[in-house]
Design a protein around this ligand. Structure first.
Ligand code: MG
Length: 386
């Protein structure tokens, strides 16, 4: 089994609905065609660079795709004769020095997603079942996963009406919990936005807020003091992800749950957060995005670092809103996964026939990740693969 062709395309995506108003945000989609035939067609693996860190076309096309294509085919195959994503990961990382992640970790993560899609398709299993078998037993759920709906970006025109409508739609879709963005308006305005969103959703305890790392220390502490009494689900990405001194001060000032880790990309950085962030394993939430952390091999290293420091797997709620994270949450026994039901089209929602009920999502049972179970993504990826 070998990879014959790797294609990448950069696409505009938007925090609202369609690409209009995207503010230049992009992501990379990849298609990896293999020589393994199934029902008369080659197995093709699909992946994308999650959302939030821009497309990585240059790195994928110039560095990581050529390494995969040039590696001797037998060095990428496991004992079962199937392409082994861990071996492929080693090939992609050839010559890369530790540290200085830049966004190479995102380029590798996009390709890694497609490699797992290939492996699970070749094994004729949905990815969650393939991973549960491969990574040592079924640690987690097998039929459904806890999820929350993500959105609530500050809308340039009719912000409050948009926000309330979005939160009501989340509740109508079957979500219990949701997340909105803060930090781009004044704290007073954000407090009002939070009240509106919480009322539309049902209660503040169902609502997480995400400051997208916008606050410096004084602003973060002021927000922590204001939001403390509200009883929010969690308060995410408060300060610069590498400012552990401020993270620690915030943990002292804000007793309810804090979410962190989304903008940290390696096991070494996770170790710094564990040692110096003073987060609380009994309540806080870890948001590392497997796609942004060098893919699943990098994400597993992060889980190892954090669990060795006393964190439970249930504390992990991977960022990104992608089907890949849903499979990982199931196979690895994580707390749950993010879903973006409306934003970032066409990378929104899950499978066409996914059922969300009482805050849980059903898992796709198609082989691989199951992008083909989402009409818009199926069309997009098929076009890319040609
Ligand atoms: Mg975030």
């Amino acid at each position: 089994m070998r990879i014959l062709d790797i294609r990448e395309r950069s696409l505009p995506i938007s925090r609202y609905t369609g690409p209009a108003g995207a503010g230049g945000l992009t992501t990379s989609v990849v298609a990896l065609t293999t020589d393994r035939m199934k029902a008369g067609r080659p197995i093709v693996g699909y992946g994308y660079a999650s959302i939030g860190r821009y497309a990585q076309g240059g790195l994928i096309r110039e560095r990581f795709a050529p390494r995969l294509l040039q590696a001797p085919a037998e060095t990428l195959i496991g004992n079962d004769g199937i392409l082994d994503p861990f071996k492929a990961w080693q090939a992609m990382m050839t010559g890369e020095k530790p540290g200085g992640h830049g966004e190479r970790c995102v380029a590798i993560g996009a390709l890694d997603m497609a490699l797992w899609d290939i492996a699970a398709k070749a094994a004729e299993l949905p990815l969650h079942a393939y991973l549960a078998d491969r990574l040592g037993g079924r640690a987690g759920q097998t039929d459904r996963v806890r999820v929350y709906a993500s959105g609530g970006y500050h809308h340039p025109r009719n912000d409050l009406a948009w926000l309330a409508d979005e939160m009501r739609r989340f509740a109508d879709l079957g979500f219990i919990n949701a997340k909105m963005k803060i930090g781009s308006a004044s704290l007073d305005q954000d407090l009002h936005r939070i009240e509106v969103a919480a009322a539309a959703l049902g209660e503040p305890g169902r609502l997480a807020v995400d400051a997208m790392n916008a606050y410096d220390r004084p602003a973060g502490l002021a927000a922590a003091a204001t939001l403390s009494p509200l009883g929010l689900w969690w308060f995410e990405d408060i300060c610069d992800p590498l400012d552990f001194e401020t993270q620690s001060a915030l943990a002292s000032a804000y007793a309810p749950p804090i979410g962190a880790g989304e903008a940290l990309f390696s096991a070494a950085e996770a170790g710094l957060l564990a040692r110096h962030g003073d987060l609380r394993p009994d309540r806080d939430v870890l948001l590392f995005d497997p796609v942004h952390c060098y893919g699943l091999p990098g994400y597993l290293q992060i889980i190892e670092v954090m669990t060795a420091k006393g964190w439970a797997r249930q504390a992990f709620w991977p960022h990104g809103g992608h089907l890949f994270a849903l499979h990982l949450a199931a196979a690895l026994g994580l707390g749950g996964a993010e879903v973006t039901p409306i934003a970032f089209q066409p990378f929104c929602g899950l499978a066409d026939d996914s059922v969300i009920a009482d805050g849980f999502a059903t898992l796709p049972q198609a082989e691989g990740i199951g992008f083909e179970t989402n009409t818009a993504l199926k069309r997009l990826f098929a076009e890319l693969a040609g």
